[in-house]
Design a protein around this ligand. Structure first.
Ligand code: PLP
Length: 221
């Protein structure tokens, strides 16, 4: 809402979190879906990005680890995408890192804001809903270019005003407190992931792959 003008295009690699297209429509933008393939672990490839991006692309949304696929982009994969994004200087990048800590098998999380030349047009989004199981507290946060954050604050201050101070205090505690339980939780999620993936693969007609650091489900029925 802070940046989209009517008809502005926003690239969304698919499969995507169900809310993205509607959030864009609500802001008056035009979602442009880029279908990603099972053979690529449902991730956006440089080839697909090159084909989809244009001067009309106002934003691209990246989400790693992804809901719904669970796929996560490696540092090398993000670097490959960034080479194309560097050429489109007017395109902003929204990096939805909300599943940052839900990773397995020694996967190393990497986010596009770590690419120096793209940092100034990347908006990194995160929240306490997933890693801290604090969904009901409704705290999300973003970091990015000053002018975008300022515009976002302007809209928020005239709409929701602010999240409750109680939730804010709880989120500060979650983020600044001990982080040891995150590894414990991830180990437990990994056990469940392995159980579900193995069980699914035992069902005829269902193929569920388990790439490093992620999981995803694909039905061939
Ligand atoms: C990829 C992704 N981004 C953002 C959110 C938003 O989470 P919340 O509204 O709980 O902060 C979700 C929730 O499911 C999600 O899957």
């Amino acid at each position: 809402m802070a940046t989209i003008n009517k008809g502005d295009e926003v690239l969304i690699p698919a499969p995507y979190w169900v809310s993205y297209p509607d959030i864009i429509l609500l802001a008056g933008g035009k979602p442009k879906i880029v279908k990603c393939e099972e053979k690529d672990n449902f991730k956006l490839t440089p080839k697909k990005l090159k084909k989809a991006i244009s001067k009309k692309t106002k934003w691209i949304i990246l989400n790693s680890p992804s809901n719904p696929t669970g796929s996560a982009y490696t540092k090398d994969e993000i670097i490959s995408l960034s080479k194309i994004l560097l050429k489109y200087k007017k395109t902003y990048i929204l990096s939805d890192d909300i599943y940052e800590h839900i990773i397995y098998d020694n996967f190393k999380f990497f986010t596009i804001a770590q690419i120096d030349k793209l940092k100034k047009r990347t908006l990194t989004m995160n929240g306490v809903s997933k890693s801290y199981s604090m969904t009901g507290w409704r705290i999300g946060y973003a970091a990015g270019p000053k002018e975008i954050i300022k515009a976002m604050a302007k809209i928020q201050s005239q709409s929701t005003s602010n999240p409750t101070s109680i939730s804010q205090a709880a989120a500060v505690e979650a983020l600044n407190g001990t982080q040891e339980f995150i590894k414990e939780r991830s180990d437990s999620f990994k056990e469940r992931r392995d159980f579900v993936v193995d069980s699914l693969n035992n069902i005829k007609g269902i193929n569920c792959l388990k790439p490093e650091g992620a999981f995803y489900v694909f039905s061939k029925l």
